[in-house]
Design a protein around this ligand. Structure first.
Ligand code: HEM
Length: 481
């Protein structure tokens, strides 16, 4: 059995490296299964508070038990994701379930297939290329501002879902997906809940059995695949030189080129899997950050006013570009603080392929390992008063004083999010456009969330919108108080 260097270095006989990993005992028969089903994020937060930074959580009856080794400290997360990434593969139950539903795109692939895919796709995400997406981002945000005209309130979850889906589809596929917005909005949560349900369940019935949940998930997956197929077919029938704004430079063009190469690169299934991954990973995550940022600003009028002061100081009449982001440091801090409190990917899984020592505990080879931005972002040793919304935690000085992995919404190491710059740019510019036009207001109540593959708001998140000034305010004057 391979043993990591850190484990081999630990002094023989010391109890720290050999002591069993602590964890909740949970229900005598089911372990923590019911707690995880009811409230996975709360269960992991409690596990950290009560048992420390490396915790063993088990679920299910003896004999069928799923065991997870949770690593909550920034140092431990860095070890799993970066410094000892080779010991931790995406072979865990969660990724296996995602792979079975969504195929082998960039999020789930590994080894040579992964390296080939990442090399192929990386050029779309260089800083220069992403900066070029600013015009599309601004255009979509302005269209959303138009949609809000004369409305007393909006469901920001729904609105940001639409905005982010439209934006990523235009940028990466040169496609207008308006007709698919509802299909995606309805079906992604079904798929996501199915994957999570199976991942936590000790008893995974074969996917081919005609159970109600298998049937629901299959129908939802088919509906989403049809959207992907339509996007690909539309590009094929129009040809790369057609009127698409991104033809020749977007994801579909890059993948089609690879398909034509002699080394037989991508087949049709892989092409569709890749489109699906980028639809999924590229819209829901950013939408969640945007929705929660608007909701938090609506609940914190002083932070909203500060952000708007900065936005109002931008040169009037000039379009937002990538350089605009440098002029919005406070708004960027608001976004980072939103992602601390509501990381769109609250849980990340791996499988240990070699025994490894982390924070003085041994993680056995073969163990399912869980990293949780949700918990690490609330770690009392790294965040004072962690439940409080305080964007100034992200001033440059305070950021520099903190462990690099205390804030990890985009993961880290070799499998860190490829879309992080795009997402940050999109979120800051979209917020700037919307807050320039609107005041947002909401009662400061709890926002219930659920952790499926990504973090999701439970139900609607209504936010009052009131036009501030300029064209939209003038046009909606009769309705203004
Ligand atoms: C707030 C927005 C986002 C968050 C919080 C987020 C989070 C993450 C995280 C945590 C990972 C690493 C998963 C792991 O290590 O297990 C990841 C990977 C990935 N993300 Fe994002 N993401 C966001 C936006 C985006 C966008 C906009 C895109 C694409 C347009 C994207 C595409 C991907 C892809 C393809 C991967 C796999 C990368 C690889 O393994 O090489 N994400 N994301």
């Amino acid at each position: 059995m391979a043993v990591s260097r850190t484990a081999r270095r630990s002094a023989p006989g010391t109890t720290s490296a050999t002591a069993p990993v602590p964890g909740p005992t949970g229900h005598p028969l089911l372990g923590s299964a019911l707690d995880l089903r009811r409230d996975p994020l709360g269960t992991f937060v409690r596990a950290q508070r009560e048992h420390g930074d490396v915790v063993r959580v088990s679920a299910g009856p003896p004999g069928l038990r799923t065991v997870m080794y949770c690593v909550f400290s920034p140092e431990g997360a860095q070890q799993v994701l970066a410094t000892q990434a080779a010991n931790f593969r995406k072979d865990n139950v969660f990724y296996e379930e995602i792979r079975q539903t969504g195929g082998n795109g960039l999020l789930t692939s590994q080894d040579d297939v992964y390296l080939r895919q990442r090399r192929l796709i990386q050029p779309l995400f260089t800083k220069k290329r992403v900066d070029g997406y600013a015009a599309t981002i601004t255009d979509e945000a302005e269209a959303t501002a138009e949609r809000w005209r004369n409305r007393p309130d909006v469901d920001v979850v729904r609105e940001m879902d639409r905005l982010a889906l439209r934006t990523v589809s235009r940028v990466l596929f040169g496609a207008d997906v308006e007709a698919a917005v509802d299909v995606i909005h309805v079906n992604f949560p079904v798929i996501s809940a199915y994957i999570t349900g199976r991942a936590y369940s000790p008893l995974r019935l074969p996917r081919t059995w005609p159970t109600p949940s298998n049937r629901r998930a299959e129908a939802a997956t088919r509906a989403v695949y049809e959207v992907c197929d339509r996007i690909i077919a539309a590009r094929r029938s129009n040809g790369d030189e057609a009127a698409h704004e991104t033809a020749g430079t977007d994801l579909l063009s890059l993948l089609a080129q690879a398909q034509n190469e002699e080394d037989g690169s991508l087949d049709a299934t892989e092409l569709r899997d890749q489109v699906l991954v980028f639809l999924l990973a590229g819209h829901e995550t950013t939408a969640t950050s945007l929705a929660f940022a608007l909701r938090l600003l609506a609940c914190h009028p002083e932070a909203r006013a500060r952000a708007q002061e900065e936005i109002d100081a931008l040169p009037p009449g000039e379009p937002c570009t990538a350089a605009t982001m440098d002029q919005l440091p406070y708004l960027t801090r608001v976004l980072k603080e939103t992602m601390r409190l509501y990381p769109a990917a609250p849980l990340m899984g791996r499988r240990a392929v070699a025994e490894t020592e982390i924070d003085g505990h041994v993680i056995p080879a073969g163990a399912d390992v869980l990293i949780s931005p949700w918990v690490t972002h609330r770690h009392p040793a790294h965040w004072t008063d962690p439940a409080r919304f305080d964007p100034d935690r992200f001033t440059p000085d305070r950021e520099a004083a903190r462990h690099r992995y205390a804030w990890l919404p985009f993961g880290g190491g070799p499998r860190a999010c490829i879309g992080r710059h795009f997402s940050m740019l999109e979120s800051v510019l979209a917020l700037a456009v919307l807050l320039r036009e609107y005041d947002v207001e909401a009662p400061a109540t709890e926002m219930p969330v659920t952790a499926a593959v990504t973090l999701q708001a439970v139900g609607e998140a209504r936010v009052g919108v009131r036009a501030r000034r300029g064209r939209l305010a003038a046009e909606s004057m009769p309705l203004s108080p």
